[in-house]
Unconditional design. Structure first.
Length: 254
């Protein structure tokens, strides 16, 4: 005995709806995923990983990825503490450690973290001078990371690392830094030269005191100098004659 066509259609529709309902009741979460379950709009619990069953039409599930997210911060215009304008870009590494807070406390945690990273980068770097930005990048990375992590903790997000990618300067500032570096090198060269002159004068002073104690040593030093001069192939050598050598002859002639 065959059923009426209307009954057959109703049965098929019922089976199809039952299949859809049963299919939507089964969720499978990977090891790095969690499901935030809401019952009639109210938070119930965080489920997963593995096979999770829910009550269709009564419970809703939001899937959350717990893996580390790499967020590239767009280039930001930063004015340093010494009023120098630079362009800074960075990369933020963060992950969700509390799926409940990440879904309930903030509407879009990715967008919120991105906007917060941009403002924090400008705020933290603006407290440092240009020399600190160029020479102490590791310290700046740590400062930005701590500041971000403190603010995203209420969202269930952990900022694990911050890396400043590039700091771009204007052409005029690059030339100014080059002139400053050149002036610094000249200053160091002059200081080294002055220190050398000071040490040489001290040694000459000590030598003069020793020679003053023994006048004959001066004569020996003079003869040694003549020997050195005579070793070169010079045609004419002009040197002063000490009056001490002529004193005996002058006395005898008188």
């Amino acid at each position: 005995m065959s059923l009426p066509t209307e009954w057959t259609s109703a049965i098929l529709f019922t089976v199809f709806v039952a299949f859809l309902v049963s299919f939507s009741a089964i969720w499978i979460f990977r090891e790095y995923e969690r499901g935030v379950v809401f019952t009639l709009g109210r938070f119930w619990k965080v489920k997963g990983p593995g096979l999770v069953t829910i009550i269709p039409l009564i419970q809703k599930v939001v899937r959350v990825d717990l893996r580390t997210v790499v967020l590239e911060v767009p280039t930001q215009d930063v004015i340093s503490r010494d009023n120098v304008s630079v362009k800074v870009s960075a990369v933020i590494y963060f992950r969700i450690i509390d799926a409940e807070k990440a879904i309930i406390e903030v509407e879009d945690f990715f967008t919120a973290t991105s906007q917060l990273a941009q403002t924090t980068l400008r705020s933290v770097l603006g407290k440092h001078q240009l020399d600190d930005m160029l020479a102490e990048r590791e310290k700046l990375n740590l400062d930005v990371q701590k500041s971000l992590d403190a603010q995203t903790d209420s969202w269930g997000i952990k900022v694990s690392n911050v890396e400043i990618k590039q700091i771009d300067l204007t052409e005029s500032m690059i030339r100014a830094i080059a002139r400053q570096a050149e002036a610094e090198r000249e200053r160091r060269a002059k200081v080294i030269h002055a220190e050398g002159e000071l040490q040489a004068s001290e040694k000459l002073f000590q030598a003069a005191r020793v020679l003053a104690q023994e006048p004959q040593a001066i004569q020996l030093r003079y003869l040694e100098t003549l020997t050195l001069i005579g070793a070169d192939k010079n045609t004419v050598v002009v040197f002063p004659l000490p009056m001490d050598l002529l004193t005996p002859f002058i006395t005898k002639s008188k």
